[in-house]
Design a protein around this ligand. Structure first.
Ligand SMILES: [Zn+2]
Length: 216
């Protein structure tokens, strides 16, 4: 998979430096500084900020200095002070916040549906779910059973540590062995036809939030 890493910057504040004289034209009161935050991005979405940078501009002679290190001594204390005042905006953490919301949603969902979930399995179904893994074993998702939708998963290959499986998209209508065979044959894309999964975690995948029960 291709990841688009990068960095970006966003403007935090612009403020005048009223007591500082421009070292280029000598005029006092025309300098202003803009503070930017720099952030790391993934797929053009900010993940976290890693620093600030400042630019000074003289309103009189237009001299622009884009690095604190290149600024004259007299510029640095007020610019540093502005940098300290400037707060990182929440948008610089957009990806982290999104990730947090998604996690909170998953846990919230698991928590809400938690109490009634175990009762939904009969002893016979649990015995099947825990049965020996085998190629060709099929599972039906239980999650959407109330509204008549479900998905199917079939194990396509087994190695000592990995389960390979293919899955369907959301299906509707009565489920028969024949309809399952057709759905598993038709709805599987080339890329998704063989998904590897750690064998020791297979039972959790099937019994956990996904809620699959073995049907064959
Ligand atoms: Zn100037």
């Amino acid at each position: 998979m291709l990841f688009f890493y990068g960095t970006g910057s966003s403007r935090l504040l612009t403020a005048p430096l009223p007591a500082t004289a421009c070292t280029h034209c000598g005029i006092t009161g025309q300098l202003s500084a803009t503070v930017f935050s720099r952030y790391v991005s993934l797929f053009w979405t900010p993940i976290f900020p890693f620093g600030k940078m400042s630019v000074t501009v003289c309103g009189h002679c237009q001299q622009t200095i884009a690095k604190l290190k290149q600024m004259p001594e007299s510029y640095r204390p007020p610019v540093r002070q502005l940098q300290e005042q400037a707060r990182y905006p929440l948008t610089n953490f957009a990806a982290l916040i999104l990730f947090g919301l998604v996690l909170a949603g998953i846990f919230g969902l698991a928590w809400c549906s938690g109490p009634k979930e175990p009762a939904a399995y009969t002893a016979a179904e649990q015995a099947l779910a825990g049965a020996e893994l085998e190629v060709g074993a099929r599972y039906q998702s239980k999650a959407g059973k109330d509204d008549g939708t479900y998905a199917l998963v079939e194990i396509t290959r087994l190695t000592p540590d990995t389960v390979y499986f293919k899955g369907t998209s959301i299906l509707r209508g009565p489920l028969t062995p024949a309809s399952a065979t057709i759905a598993l044959r038709d709805s599987v894309s080339a890329a998704g036809s063989r998904v590897p999964y750690p064998r020791e975690m297979w039972a959790q995948l099937m019994e956990g939030a996904v809620g699959m029960r073995r049907i064959k």
